[in-house]
Write a protein that binds this ligand. Structure first.
Ligand SMILES: *[C@@H]1O[C@H](CO)[C@@H](O)[C@H](O)[C@H]1NC(C)=O
Ligand SMILES: *[C@@H]1O[C@H](CO)[C@@H](O)[C@H](O)[C@H]1NC(C)=O
Ligand SMILES: *[C@@H]1O[C@H](CO)[C@@H](O)[C@H](O)[C@H]1NC(C)=O
Ligand SMILES: *[C@@H]1O[C@H](CO)[C@@H](O)[C@H](O)[C@H]1NC(C)=O
Ligand SMILES: *[C@@H]1O[C@H](CO)[C@@H](O)[C@H](O)[C@H]1NC(C)=O
Ligand SMILES: *[C@@H]1O[C@H](CO)[C@@H](O)[C@H](O)[C@H]1NC(C)=O
Ligand SMILES: *[C@@H]1O[C@H](CO)[C@@H](O)[C@H](O)[C@H]1NC(C)=O
Ligand SMILES: *[C@@H]1O[C@H](CO)[C@@H](O)[C@H](O)[C@H]1NC(C)=O
Ligand SMILES: *[C@@H]1O[C@H](CO)[C@@H](O)[C@H](O)[C@H]1NC(C)=O
Ligand SMILES: *[C@@H]1O[C@H](CO)[C@@H](O)[C@H](O)[C@H]1NC(C)=O
Length: 662
């Protein structure tokens, strides 16, 4: 949770006055709000749009993106995305060509076009994230949720807890609305009929289609537009949702037709947004560019062979496992974690946490004493602590006579690939894994020409998994023995055809996660697997999607998903890429393999940004010719949120206990 930086906030009126009086500031649209945490969206946008379009930067960015896409495992699927994921269909190369030939007024417009294109691919592992323009979150003091009422009817509401929730942003935020005389508190709990002139659910669909991104499944994205509980870092938190908390300050207000609590009359209210500044400190337009937009010493990769382990080294930026290897990650980026506020106090579980609840996992025993809950907020944080926390919680559950386990994966954005496999292995027991004893999925990366050169060069240089994700010792054969350093698993490559296009993949392999585990998983499952169930809102990404898919595909674990738009389907997993490489990761690989001068290699980025991509495919256990990401898997249970459960994890768990275990 961040500490609020600045006390004073300029109301729109004061800003206007300043604009008139302080003549020199007029020419500098960023200096006007330097030092403020909250700023009028129009002012924020004026600063972002003040940097002129630059053709050199466009060519640089598009060249980097286009050459990184060569490594992207799902490229050919996009030509005609299989149902029910058709919404993401696009021709990636044609999109790049379109953006290359479109005229843009400003650098923002160009970057926004690239951002929109990659975001609408709905793969949270594959996105253009320019630091320059990831500097604000627009916040509306009326976050919305979808709830079922006592009569079994679902509607969109302003979150009933919005007074308590929004107040957590502090006086600077709420003071702005006081100053302009806007009474946002009376909107709490109002039934929302229309947003921006559309049916409220249709508006939710629109934002899910155009702005949310991250998850292939449309239904999961709809849940992302609503406000929901989560664990942010290691604390209970509430997420604004993408309607009330979009990533750009490009709306000044949102019009809602609603019926306030205690009224029977519909009224139309224009609710102002206020932009929250998330970037680095600056004083004027030039310094804004310098601290947020210009490439810096950490923008691009390095030749890791030249880096000594230790402080300041690029190697330190990566999490290292106990054998010294770099740990694979699969997670989405949710910028709203950087300004997260808590869950209002009354919704934090009153049960005493069991052992192992100080990190990303919060565990409790429900009042029945029969069911243990592990709320697994993410697979991030401390790699070893996740394992010891799991072990501590389960041991305490067992010692307390608990016989049933509920795993809550709500808003779990993923994390370390091997922690998903660890939790699977721990809950199932090593003797029940099958799969030659491997806890994961078959995996491949893309066998393009440059990837083949990297593996060949790594082998010739004698590199190992301490420096590279491409070296063979990262992987195991399908008999679950680690590959020797000299085994070239990408050449010969294996053709794979989808949508009429044949591309090359590496040979199939497994992860080698068990080499990194510091906690020995039990031989037998701690609970009868019929007594293990998963709940979530479907916003379960990357490693989370792989964990829940392992439980569902291999062990038919019961999964219940809450929320969504009534009548619209909702998958239990949002996005199941196998491993993400950030721009610096793939650039590290290329430089460390001595291949930066290769004509296929992307140049260094000239701006501070990330172009991340999904670098590995996880293949479904149900059908090993289909990536997990493209297998439609609906949960066995679907429940609407109610006023009692939408933001109250303990109430939701108790409800789920009554429905899933009997
Ligand atoms: C465009 O960006 C490049 C690279 O940062 C810079 O060298 C050049 O001066 C910029 N061009 C203009 C017209 O600002
Ligand atoms: C953009 O188009 C120009 C003109 O056709 C071409 O020279 C350039 O290579 C293209 N850039 C990229 C990144 O494709
Ligand atoms: C990006 O998407 C937003 C939301 O749909 C839209 O308002 C904006 O015009 C788009 N901008 C560009 C440059 O494509
Ligand atoms: C939600 O529940 C709270 C507390 O029980 C109550 O005060 C409020 O009126 C309810 N709101 C709605 C929209 O049902
Ligand atoms: C940013 O500015 C605030 C005061 O305006 C200060 O407290 C904070 O330390 C600064 N942060 C950095 C990284 O300089
Ligand atoms: C980059 O520069 C910053 C500030 O000068 C420094 O703190 C950081 O350690 C440097 N990072 C690397 C990888 O050299
Ligand atoms: C990898 O790094 C670890 C720790 O830094 C070191 O102990 C180990 O010897 C290295 N492994 C190899 C094969 O170089
Ligand atoms: C659960 O265990 C606690 C502590 O041992 C006990 O006080 C409580 O009565 C038990 N509840 C039930 C429903 O058995
Ligand atoms: C909880 O952890 C403490 C401290 O490590 C330990 O003494 C205690 O036995 C644990 N309790 C259970 C029930 O496992
Ligand atoms: C595992 O498979 C590889 C590749 O087929 C083979 O070389 C190796 O001998 C096998 N190892 C065991 C223990 O069967």
């Amino acid at each position: 949770m961040r500490t609020r930086r600045v006390q004073a906030i300029l109301s729109a009126v004061v800003a206007q006055a300043l604009f008139v009086k302080a003549a020199p500031a007029v020419s500098d649209p960023c200096a006007i709000f330097a030092g403020q945490t909250f700023v009028a969206p129009s002012q924020a946008l004026a600063c972002l749009k003040s940097f002129p379009f630059n053709e050199t930067l466009r060519q640089n960015v598009l060249t980097v993106i286009s050459r990184v896409f060569d490594f992207y495992t799902f490229e050919d699927f996009y030509l005609n995305s299989p149902p029910p994921f058709q919404e993401s269909t696009t021709n990636i190369r044609a999109d790049i060509a379109r953006i290359n030939s479109t005229k843009y007024e400003t650098d923002y417009d160009f970057n926004r076009a690239v951002y929109n294109f990659t975001t609408q691919m709905n793969d949270g592992h594959t996105r253009w994230l320019p630091s320059c323009y990831q500097t604000f979150q627009n916040l509306l003091p009326a976050p919305v949720v979808t709830l079922e009422d006592e009569n079994g009817v679902q509607n969109v509401f302003v979150a009933p807890d919005s007074v308590e929730f929004v107040s957590l942003l502090g006086d600077e935020f709420t003071g702005f609305f006081d100053q302009i005389g806007f009474d946002w508190k009376r909107l709490a709990g109002a039934r929302v009929l229309e947003i921006d002139g559309m049916d409220a659910y249709a508006y939710a669909d629109l934002i899910a289609s155009t702005e949310t991104g991250n998850y292939l499944d449309h239904g999961v994205r709809v849940n992302s537009v609503f406000s929901s509980y989560r664990i942010s870092d290691t604390d209970f938190s509430q997420r604004f949702g993408d309607i009330a908390g979009p990533a750009f300050p490009d709306r000044d207000s949102l019009t809602m037709t609603l019926i306030p609590v205690g009224s029977t009359q519909a009224e139309t209210v224009t609710v102002p947004y206020l932009a929250d500044y998330l970037g680095a400190n600056f004083t004027d337009q030039a310094s804004f560019w310098e601290v947020n937009c210009a490439a810096n010493n950490e923008t691009n990769g390095v030749d890791l062979k030249t880096q000594l382990p230790g402080s300041g080294s690029a190697l330190r930026k990566r999490d290292i496992g106990r054998t010294g290897r770099k740990l694979a990650r699969a997670a989405i980026v949710d910028k709203s974690n950087s300004n997260a506020v808590g869950l209002p106090q009354q919704f934090i579980p009153t049960l005493s946490p069991v052992n192992g609840s100080t990190g990303v996992i919060k565990s409790f025993i429900l009042p029945s004493n029969k069911t243990g809950v592990m709320f697994v907020g993410s697979f991030e944080g401390d790699f070893n602590q996740f394992q010891t926390d799991t072990d501590a919680a389960i041991k305490q559950f067992k010692a307390s006579g608990v016989t049933r386990l509920l795993v809550d994966l709500t808003n779990n954005g993923g994390g370390f690939v091997c922690l998903g496999q660890f939790l699977h292995q721990y809950l199932v027991g090593t003797t029940n894994l099958g799969n030659a004893g491997n806890p994961g999925f078959q995996s491949t990366n893309r066998g393009n020409t440059l990837a083949k050169k990297i593996v060949a060069s790594d082998i010739a240089l004698g590199l190992n998994d301490n420096l590279s994700f491409y070296t063979p010792d990262n992987w195991a054969f399908l008999n679950n023995t680690e590959m020797p350093l000299t085994h070239n698993y990408i050449n010969p490559s294996v053709p794979f055809t989808v949508n009429g296009v044949t591309d090359q993949d590496s040979q199939r392999f497994f992860d080698t996660c068990d080499l990194e585990f510091v906690v020995e998983p039990p031989e037998e499952s701690p609970f009868d697997l019929n007594n293990v169930a998963i709940v979530s809102n479907g916003d379960c990404a990357s490693t989370c999607a792989m964990f829940s898919t392992l439980m569902f595909e291999r062990h038919q674990t019961k999964v219940a998903v809450f929320g969504g738009k009534p009548g619209e389907q909702l998958q239990y997993k949002g996005m199941a890429g196998n491993q993400v490489l950030e721009w610096t990761d793939i650039d590290n690989e290329i430089k460390t393999a001595n291949l930066k001068d290769d004509p296929l290699a992307p140049p260094d980025l000239l701006v501070n940004a990330d172009f991340r991509h999904n670098w590995r495919t996880a293949w479904s256990f149900f059908n090993e010719q289909l990536p997990i990401a493209y297998v439609s898997e609906l949960p066995q249970f679907r429940f609407p949120y109610t006023n009692a459960t939408y933001n109250n994890p303990e109430a939701l768990w108790t409800f789920a206990e009554s429905k899933l275990f009997s």
